[in-house]
Design a protein around this ligand. Structure first.
Ligand code: CP3
Length: 344
């Protein structure tokens, strides 16, 4: 089906747009009371992720309520470890927990390469979403980067340091590469299935990029992201590697269309490092949305001025925090639309 508002796709490909497209990482979620209502009908987050009709409903909510230029499928990066054989739970206020982790060769050998069979609920949610969106805006598919997924599979939960995962890189790099390899193959299968079901563009989230030194980042993370980007030829690819300051030039050299910036990444410097044949995405400090409406607007205009009108997709520098007011998020979105229209 033809997409009516295809600003995001055109900006990703480097084509001219009438204004800057905008969406928000974590737009579908707890900031919306409509999300909390749907979520409250079920036993929890995982039940919602696994219910295609309700997952589609919460995916579309930000399009209707916030006016974003894209929907992102409601799911989680942790569905990949689960499909590989490590089930997870999501504890309120505590985050994800994996009862089993990958500790040795035997654990590694037991892991599956994920395929569409074990992720059918996401694929179904994408099909329902596409049907219900009626081509209003593009649908973003996503997956975690292999390094970020590795962190959870080795550590079993969130961590400030991910020391167990980092220890593995120094003590048994060959083992780390074997696990990374299985995650990468699973991720390629998964993203290809998302695209076959209707995802119009995909984003790879490397949320824990920033904890690795540059040399290790390129060996243990970027190399695998590059393999995924090479494999995805059907739709544009966005790479968001939070905190990967020293690797921006290297990220600019991989086969992706869009490079996501976090809020600490200087815009001009990033443009210089990444080059002009990529679109940049980001990067308003999410905490700006705690400020008053006037400040949200002026900071948004400042950001638009810094990026200019060439190859930019507006977003926050990381996901919106659950305690933020939906009206502030909408103020950011409305200001991107109004101000960038006047500048294009
Ligand atoms: O709107 C969207 O962006 C789509 C949905 C989405 C979720 N998670 C839903 C979610 C996306 C793209 C993710 C990605 C994700 N999940 C990342 C990468 C992006 C990032 O923020 O860096 C990571 C690291 C995860 C892992 C994860 N999922 C954690 C650590 C947590 C617990 C922390 C928290 O925010 O509560 C989750 C849970 C989660 N994923 C929620 C949502 C809406 C909250 C659960 C709930 O509603 O109870």
């Amino acid at each position: 089906m033809e997409i009516k508002n295809d600003l995001l796709l055109r900006a990703a490909r480097g084509e001219k747009t009438e204004r800057t497209p905008v969406w928000v990482m974590r737009q579908a979620g707890r900031i919306l009371k409509e999300y909390r209502e749907v979520r409250g009908k079920l036993s929890g987050f995982i039940a919602l992720v696994q219910n295609p009709d309700l997952a589609a409903e919460v995916t579309i909510q930000p399009v209707d309520i916030l006016g974003v230029d894209a929907a992102i499928i409601f799911s989680d990066i942790l569905v990949i470890p689960e499909a590989m054989g490590l089930p997870y739970t999501m504890e309120e206020g505590k985050g994800p927990r994996f009862p089993q982790t990958v500790k040795n060769e035997a654990d590694l050998a037991r892991l599956n390469i994920a395929s569409e069979d074990s992720l059918g609920y996401v694929i179904e949610a994408i099909k329902v979403t596409k049907r219900e969106l009626h081509g209003r805006v593009p649908l973003i598919g996503f997956a975690g980067a292999p390094w970020t997924i590795f962190c959870y599979m080795v550590e079993g939960k969130g961590s400030k340091t991910f020391s167990l995962a980092r220890k593995t890189l120094y003590n048994d790099p060959a083992f780390a590469h074997k696990l990374m390899d299985k995650i990468t193959e699973s991720t390629i299968n998964y993203l290809k299935s998302q695209i076959a079901a209707g995802a119009d563009i995909v984003q790879i989230f490397d949320s824990w990029a920033g904890i690795l030194p540059n040399s290790q980042y390129e060996e243990f993370s970027l190399r695998y992201i590059a393999r995924i980007a090479d494999a995805i030829t059907e739709v544009p690819v966005i790479v968001f590697a939070k905190g990967a300051y020293a690797s921006r030039r290297a990220i600019g050299a991989i086969n992706c269309n869009v490079v996501g910036l976090d809020w600490n990444m200087d815009i001009e410097e990033s443009r210089h490092l990444v080059g002009t044949d990529k679109t940049l995405q980001g990067n308003l400090d999410p905490a700006v949305l705690y400020a008053d409406f006037e400040t949200v607007k002026s900071e948004t205009r400042k950001m638009i001025d810094q990026f200019g009108t060439f190859r930019h997709i507006a977003n926050l520098g990381h996901g919106v925090y659950p305690d933020m007011e939906a009206d502030k998020v909408k103020c950011f979105i409305d200001e991107v639309k109004a101000y960038s229209s006047s500048r294009h």
